[in-house]
Design a protein around this ligand. Structure first.
Ligand SMILES: [Zn+2]
Length: 101
């Protein structure tokens, strides 16, 4: 489903997908308002491989984005983005561990 993973916000909305964010570190998750995102960023904006700072108090990690359609969930990541984020995540965890957290 690379097509969905790399689709623009306008395309996702056209195809009926909604957007969810999830944080790997704290387990937080929620729904993103695709209309608001489009109003702020434009229809051509893509969430592919992006991360946004997690808003959970005390959490210092980033949320990732997923497209949701009924029971289907597709991460908005390419294999390249996946390895980028998992490398960063492991480096961050290691730093936390060294800092005694
Ligand atoms: Zn978090």
């Amino acid at each position: 489903m690379r097509e969905v993973a790399e689709a623009s916000l306008g395309r996702l909305r056209e195809w009926g997908w909604s957007v969810q964010w999830r944080c790997q570190a704290c387990g937080g998750l929620g729904r993103s308002d695709i209309d608001k995102l489009i109003a702020a960023k434009g229809e051509d904006y893509r969430l592919t491989d992006r991360g946004a700072p997690c808003r959970t108090p005390g959490c210092e990690w980033f949320v990732q984005f997923y497209a949701m359609l009924g029971m289907r969930r597709q991460s908005l990541r390419t294999p390249e983005g996946d390895s980028y984020w998992s490398d960063r995540y492991h480096a961050w965890k290691l730093k936390q561990y060294r800092n005694g957290r």
